[in-house]
Ligand binder design. Structure first.
Ligand code: ASP
Length: 345
């Protein structure tokens, strides 16, 4: 088993040198040493960095994915556990899932309470994640997130609580199962897997600019124009409701797509798909203006997918088809999940 340590609250302590702020400081060996009992498998620690996950870039997330692939290039490794900050765990876990091409489990975990708190949750989360990553039940399930006894598929997972120990939810794709403190695992139905996408290597072409712009009452096109003016190749629109903006943003989106910027419409709503229904700058007009609906993918994960596809050099049509696959609701009873066709709502 490989433990890939990247930082986050699970590795954080109050540091007088940083004005009493809590910062990621512990290395993987210290995190592993915090377990109350010996892990059931031999664990090799790989320290990548120790950062708060709110500091990560796309390049950092891609490095984590590359290190996962490195670890799995050893056939003796049974699975990988990644310790990571919770703030952007949904982004890195999703990128890892999109590019994961191995039956062996990859499990992300972290903590809501720092390592030096009176009752840290990191050790319990880590021992469950190690048990899960070594289990047959977690094979062929892509990348999983294991937190406070709950197991989630990476696709659709979201941080939903700032401090509560049950930090994550997955309103669109559901929970994958539970794991008890003793390591007993109960897994639900398998979420269909999609064909893996390649991971661009560092230095592969230009690093495209991909921005997030929000629609809200009274929003104008200023931020969208600024993003395009700064050279954005792609923009995720965090729309309202089922994927709506307004007339002025819609016109700016039509101009941007005509100029070759790829715009993806997602929504600030917690659950449910983006659908082209409304006019006067609503989702139907946005689709006519060339915006691609994200399906069920929410802004954080739509940004990751768009950033990946632009780095892979895909054109607008290929990006639209990929969003249709990855943003689709899993088809119940799908016989051939890895070649799942585009789902129509
Ligand atoms: N609250 C965060 C954590 O759980 C900070 C971060 O994302 O690094 O680690």
């Amino acid at each position: 088993m490989v433990l890939l340590a990247t930082g986050g609250t699970i590795s954080s302590r109050v540091q007088p040198a940083f004005g009493g702020a809590t910062v990621a400081i512990d290395r993987g060996e210290q995190i592993l040493g915090s377990l109350r009992s010996q892990p059931p498998y031999p664990v090799r620690v790989v320290d990548l960095f120790h950062e708060g996950s709110y500091l990560l870039t796309f390049g950092d997330m891609a490095d984590i994915c590359a290190k996962i692939a490195d670890a799995l290039s050893d056939p003796l490794v049974m699975g990988v556990v990644v310790t990571h900050g919770t703030d952007t765990m949904e982004e890195t876990a999703f990128l890892a899932d999109l590019t994961h091409d191995d039956p062996r489990p990859v499990v992300f975990t972290g903590a809501q309470r720092p390592a030096d708190s009176a009752e840290p949750d990191g050790p319990g989360n880590l021992s469950r994640a190690i048990a899960l990553a070594g289990s047959a039940a977690a094979r062929e399930r892509g990348v999983l997130l294991c937190f406070a006894g709950e197991i989630f598929p990476a696709r659709g997972v979201r941080k939903a609580q700032t401090f509560d120990l049950h930090a994550f939810t997955n309103p669109d794709f559901g929970q994958a199962g539970f794991i008890s403190a003793a390591g007993d695992i109960q897994m639900d139905d398998v979420l269909p897997r999609l064909d893996p996408l390649p991971l661009p290597s560092a230095g592969d072409g230009d690093d495209p600019r991909v921005d997030l712009v929000a629609a809200y009452p009274g929003a104008d096109s200023l931020l969208l124009l600024a993003s395009c003016g700064a050279g954005a190749s792609g923009v995720v629109l965090q729309a309202t409701g089922s994927g709506n903006a307004n007339r002025v943003m819609c016109q700016a989106i039509a101009d941007a797509t005509a100029a070759g910027v790829v715009i993806v419409t997602s929504t600030r709503v917690q659950a449910g798909p983006v659908l082209p229904v409304y006019g006067h700058g609503g989702g139907k007009d946005l689709a006519t203006a060339g915006a691609i609906p994200s399906g069920l993918l929410k802004p954080s994960q739509a940004l990751v997918l768009l950033g990946l596809l632009l780095r892979l050099g895909m054109d607008r049509e290929q990006i639209a088809q990929t969003f249709a696959r990855h943003g689709a609701h899993p088809q119940p009873g799908s016989k051939s999940p890895r070649t799942q066709s585009i789902h129509q709502y």
